[in-house]
Design a protein around this ligand. Structure first.
Ligand SMILES: Cc1ncc(COP(=O)(O)O)c(C=O)c1O
Length: 382
């Protein structure tokens, strides 16, 4: 038996519709969207536009051209941060962020005259709203935060953070890597200026496609960053300033965009509420089971904190990398061990430098996967 429990890294399997649409594009369409006027090129353009519209609807936005494609959320966050941040800005983020936020900010601090505050979160991984309010200064221009932690799944109160940002004229960027497609995310309710996403996790697309939605006000702060061919105004040697071309130089990953379109359709077919309920139920089953295994510590599992389907734990008997190896080699259970690209988050919950074992679920997991995992773990540690 093989059981995949590493959906926070990338979701697997994907819906069959995703596989067949990728194959269909590669075998029957094959064109480079935006780069030709023949039938297949127009077909490619239509798929790209459909995908922009479906993402726009999923996140309750209203302008498809403001949905920008990149190769993943790391690319999106780098682009948003590096093309907007200016000398003199004070930027706030949290100690639960992935290195996709922390590393670009760290390198920007060396290149520019900026201040970055990484606010400490509680051991449950939650930002302290009062501390956040107190940290705002007259030159605070940007807040960047993930919707949920990739190590413990804790969901941040982003609507509240967004409201405070809006009231104080602070730009707000959201990293939706662990929540897009899993819980409702409404661009307007979140009061954000940019929502970065990655295709290959909850949105069920292949790897190599991501993007962001940006509002017009924040777009004005951003330069084009990567420049080159866009298939538009080719007579000019200057990068177009209109969206999406301003940010989309070079060939798009059209097969993956087909897969992303089908992933979003699949999410709509099931409904976010159904997805969210099923994954919460799997997560609760796993947490309750883990708490009943002697010597296992589950981190930050307090019921008061809403969460997405990501759990971190350790055993007091076996080191997490060895335990991960045994789960895979003896029982076919695939999960991730270590620091999961979020060292500061591990410092926050007290698991640095050893890290944790992380299990994370998707809509295709069933109760018997959880029970098999718990039973196998029990056999290893007892
Ligand atoms: C919260 C968070 N942000 C960013 C990323 C980076 O995602 P990608 O590798 O798709 O760029 C991840 C991936 O694990 C994540 O969990």
């Amino acid at each position: 038996m093989r059981v995949y429990l590493d959906n926070a890294a990338t979701s697997f399997p994907k819906p069959n519709e995703v596989y067949s649409s990728v194959l269909n594009y590669m075998t029957n369409i094959g064109s480079n969207p935006g780069r030709g006027g023949y039938t297949n090129a127009i077909e490619g353009n239509k798929i790209v536009l459909n995908c922009r519209e479906s993402l726009m609807n999923l996140f309750n936005f209203n302008k498809p051209e403001n949905v920008i494609f990149t190769s993943n959320i790391t690319h999106s966050l780098n682009l948003l941060l590096k093309s907007s941040i200016k000398d003199g800005w004070h930027i706030i983020t949290s100690s639960m962020e992935h290195n996709a936020v922390i590393r670009p900010l760290t390198s920007l601090q060396k290149q520019k005259n900026i201040e970055v505050d990484i606010l400490p979160c509680s051991p449950l991984g939650i930002i302290d709203i009062n501390l956040f309010k107190k940290s705002i200064k007259s030159n605070t221009k940007l807040v960047v935060m993930s919707n949920a932690s990739n190590i413990i799944g804790a969901i941040q109160p982003l609507e509240e953070i967004g409201k405070i940002c809006k009231d104080n004229n602070i730009f707000f960027i959201i990293d939706s890597a662990q929540t897009a497609g899993l819980i409702e995310m409404d661009f307007n309710k979140l009061n954000c200026n940019a929502l970065a996403f990655t295709g290959h996790k909850g949105l069920m697309a292949p790897q190599g496609i991501g993007g962001f939605i940006i509002d017009d006000t924040f777009n004005e702060q951003c330069s084009s960053f990567i420049e080159g061919g866009t298939g538009s105004i080719s007579d000019s040697i200057i990068q177009p300033n209109f969206l999406p071309d301003k940010f989309e130089s070079g060939t798009l990953n059209a097969p993956a965009i087909c897969g992303l379109l089908e992933g979003v359709k699949y999410i709509n077919k099931l409904g976010i509420d159904y997805i969210s309920e099923k994954e919460t139920s799997l997560t609760n089953r796993a947490i309750n089971g883990l708490l009943n295994i002697s010597g296992i510590t589950v981190y930050a599992h307090d019921d008061s904190v809403p969460r997405c389907p990501v759990i971190s734990f350790n055993s007091n008997k076996i080191d997490n990398s060895e335990l991960g190896y045994l789960l895979d080699s003896k029982y076919g259970i695939m999960c991730r061990t270590g620091l999961h690209c979020a060292p500061l988050a591990h410092k926050t919950i007290g698991t640095f430098p050893q890290g944790t074992i992380r299990v994370s679920f998707n809509i295709f997991n069933e109760n018997n996967d959880i029970d098999y995992f718990l039973d196998s773990l029990n056999k290893i540690v007892s």
